[in-house]
Design a protein around this ligand. Structure first.
Ligand code: DX5
Ligand code: ZN
Length: 217
């Protein structure tokens, strides 16, 4: 199973409605929505208001990746705006267990993410609870960075724990995904693939061609 989640961080912000509609027509499976607060990461993007504005224009699940400090403060507004998955970083709060529980209480699916420098052991206690584990394959904050290939060892650990314990979470990777790195991640056990610049920032190929090439490799 390969779920492709184009990240609209690399889309044209002046026409997000058309961009999400285009992703759906082009065969994308989810919309990945990167929320940055300028504190947890050195960049600022969009909040729950913009998510609410695009929500009526696509049937696809929207996956909100919160790269923010104090994510607990935003969980309810993102759920209300219509996010299907809400993912928080284990590094972003001292009370990650409570944050995950808060997400689940809204009825949204709950994801936990870890930065490249954070070991697998930091999320072990959460694995029975979460619906998604997001392994960052770049340092969060920007699109268009180079894939860190040592992250495949972490993907394998997350996949092994899933198999061994029969956990239900999906394994997602984010950062530097292209037609080559997707294979490395898929072989290690990843199932959901976020891709930003590969899908949107190409000169000669369409969004549809890029999505299909990720599915076919
Ligand atoms: C990075 C974001 C990513 C970003 C990926 O902090 O979380 O979702 O959009 O962009 P690419 O695919 O260009 O590395
Ligand atoms: Zn992301």
């Amino acid at each position: 199973m390969r779920i492709i989640a184009p990240s609209i961080l690399s889309a044209d912000f002046s026409k997000l409605k058309e961009e999400v509609q285009n992703v759906e027509i082009a065969g994308g499976d989810w919309i990945h929505y990167d929320v940055m607060d300028g504190h947890f990461v050195p960049n600022l993007t969009f909040g729950s208001g913009v998510l609410a504005a695009i929500r009526p224009h696509t049937q696809l699940p929207i996956d909100a990746h919160l790269m923010v400090e104090c994510p607990e403060k935003m969980i309810h507004s993102f759920a209300k705006a219509g996010a299907n998955y809400i993912t928080v970083h284990v590094e972003s709060t001292p009370h990650i267990f409570r944050a995950i529980q808060m997400i689940k209480d809204t009825g949204a699916k709950a994801g936990v993410s870890l930065n490249p420098g954070t070991p697998f052991s930091a999320i072990e206690e959460l694995l029975p609870l979460v619906d998604l584990v997001l392994i960052m394959t770049v340092n969060p904050g920007f699109g268009g960075q180079t894939f860190i290939d040592t992250m495949t060892a972490k993907i394998r650990k997350v996949a092994q724990a899933k198999r061994k314990n029969d956990y239900h979470y999906l394994i997602q990777v984010d950062g530097g995904i292209n037609e080559e790195t997707i294979t490395l991640c898929a072989n290690a056990g990843a199932e959901v693939f976020v891709a930003g610049s590969y899908v949107f920032s190409t000169k000669n190929k369409t969004v549809s061609q890029q999505i299909q090439s990720l599915k076919e490799v």
